[in-house]
Ligand binder design. Sequence first.
Ligand code: GDP
Length: 446
Amino acid sequence: NGVEAMKMDDTPRAKSKNLDVLAEFDKSKAKNAANFVVIGHVDAGKSTLMGRLLYDLRVVDQRTIDRYKKEAEKMGKSSFALAWVLDQGSEERARGVTIDIATNKFETDKTAFTILDAPGHRDFIPNMIAGASQADFAVLVIDASTGSFESGLKGQTKEHALLVRSMGVARIITAINKLDTVSWSQDRFTEIKTQISSFLTTAGFLAKNLAFIPCSGLNGDNITRRSTEPAASWYTGPTLVEELDNSEPVNRALTKPLRLTISDVFRGGIQNPLSISGRIEAGSLQNGDALLIQPSSQKCFIKGLEIDNEAVDWAVAGQNVTIHLSGIEEQYVKVGDVVCSPSSPIQNVKEIMCKVLAFEVLVPMSVEVIRGRLSVPGKIEELVGVLDKSSGAVIAGGKGKKKVRVVKPGQLVRVKVTLERGVPLETPGRVVLRSGGETVAAGLLE
Ligand code: GDP
């Protein structure tokens, strides 16, 4: 029929050691893994703060910083040097803004962190959503300098916080930044803390999941070391890094069925013609395991496993892993597909219910449904009900009530969406709805 036979790696799968992976994991004392997203108004100091963190933790060496400093001085923007520590291209440097999500990693004794950097510019909200969809918690950066906190509140501060909440992020660490510009005023700190805390609890965050750190990213006060400024001596709480480390071990769902969304597919390796990578969202796997790829429902085997370019025997939820596959044709393996176990597969569905925050006016309309790297055309079939943002109670629509026909930006709404084809989606999961190249809503599968 003219279709060329696809090449398939049918070499034997890795021999299974039949390990008790959970017991191995316990023995290994592997670190807790946590991903976080950085949010806040443009110019709040997000990039500088994260640059400082990486620099002080010696993730970045002095030579690199010196190089950035020189480059920055040439451009007359010497203060940008720290911000450039975050992985950015020269085009972004020239404009002095962070545009794309740069992933950066650092470790403390307890935790291996990944920063999903989020830029503050309005147009870049889609990137932030991509970050938020993988985040275990968020760091909200506030510019405490006179007037800036106030304009930030009118700007993206609230919008970002609502967005991450609607995506299921439950914990926020607020860095009240640039306190050096207000002589480390405790009153200023308290004023901002009170306002942000009241806003965040109204937005549905629990008070116990909020923390506030007075800091200066530029000077490195209360980031990895306690401030030595005499004016800052009133603060005796944790540094930002200590607070990050306080994060409870992320519920890694180790004992749940295996789920991994493919973020990359590598073809054409000599030893390993077909490999995939992604973060294990739930469960565990080991060499030799049989896998099922959805939506194609094709089975295959694990031929080899790697974490950070090192061969390993097993991997668990929370870890980023590369899997070499055998026994499957490459046409059945795509970015955004879900890897699971044949004994407890994820189902392909053609209809979903989700609870989303609207960014644009929503009516029954065509949308692109996005979950991580998965993207599928669909249609908002029904605006089932408008919900109260803090209690989640239905305030319009619902059984026996007048149908909701239009939803305004900023409203929380339950929607029924039909999909053009069956795709692997299930709860818990974070979804984004896009239309005409714009994000129109984001939230959780129900
Ligand atoms: P972003 O847009 O949130 O990533 O902000 P940047 O990190 O690019 O910082 C914006 C501006 O604020 C830059 O000029 C920084 O040098 C400055 N800045 C950042 N953090 C601090 C701080 O702690 N103190 C002072 N005085 N300035 C800061």
